[in-house]
Write a protein that binds this ligand. Structure first.
Ligand code: SAH
Ligand code: DHB
Ligand code: MG
Length: 217
């Protein structure tokens, strides 16, 4: 690792230690997920704070989350929202059940609506309640381009799309990442967000890569 990269890594850890806070409610959600045998793939503390701060910055009240898991990122988003509803989509009924408990424990039982099933088949049910302020994409990586297309169609002007794991676990930076469907999809997602014309976009280069786009047309 060259000097520049190791300085980046040191400062990234420093930033996570200073800004990446987590209170007992969020710690309890992680514990509930672990006890239920869910994979430990919720956003990290720093990306969690990013979600809250971005939702707060745009005063988001209609937020869509694709990939609920046990509700950790959903609670982060809800904490940034001055009011309104989180519409969150989860394919796995057992994950959704854990999330239901997490939203209740965090005091958000009335403000989180969980849709169980493949997101692309259930998203149409909420289209009449849009346009939305924020869409957070964090489910199956091959479908990121389709989720981005949905966000383009259903965000308000000035609305924000966020994509977790936009570095695809470091694979997009490899010399030869291969051409499996997740690599192709995540490349397409980033290219469309950066240059597709609908968004002004950037990347928060945390370990996972949190892509951020504001809908401009
Ligand atoms: N956003 C969560 C983590 C999500 S992990 C957090 O940070 O706390 C990804 C989730 O997406 C898993 O729970 C998985 O079951 C779900 N998922 C995978 N494919 C899906 C699909 N097609 N539709 C909806 N959810 C899906
Ligand atoms: C995985 C999925 C995620 O959304 C994530 O943030 C980390 C890991 C996974 O499927 O392995
Ligand atoms: Mg993720």
């Amino acid at each position: 690792m060259d000097k520049r990269h190791s300085a980046d890594a040191v400062m990234a850890s420093w930033a996570a230690a200073v800004y990446g806070d987590e209170d007992p409610v969020l710690g309890g959600i992680r514990a509930r997920q672990a006890a239920a045998g869910l994979p430990e793939i919720q956003v990290g503390p720093l990306d969690g704070v990013h979600l809250e701060v971005i939702a707060r910055a745009i005063a988001a009240t209609r937020v869509v989350e694709i990939g609920t898991l046990g509700g950790y990122s959903g609670v982060r988003l809800l904490r940034g929202m001055p009011g309104g509803t989180l519409y969150t989509f989860e394919a796995s009924p057992s994950h959704a059940e854990v999330a239901r408990q997490s939203f209740a424990a965090a005091g958000f039982a009335e403000r989180a609506r969980i849709f169980v099933g493949p997101a692309l088949s259930r998203l149409p049910e909420i289209e009449g309640e849009g346009p939305f302020d924020l869409v957070f994409i964090d489910a199956d990586k091959v479908a990121y381009p389709a989720y981005l297309e949905w966000a383009e169609a259903h965000l308000r002007p000035g609305g924000v799309v966020l994509g977790d794991n936009a570095f695809l676990f470091g694979r997009l930076g490899e010399a030869d990442p291969g051409d499996d469907p997740a690599v192709t999809a995540m490349r397409r997602f980033n290219e469309r967000l950066a240059r597709g014309g609908s968004f002004r976009a950037t990347m928060l280069p945390t370990g996972e890569g949190l892509a951020v786009g504001v809908k401009v047309r």
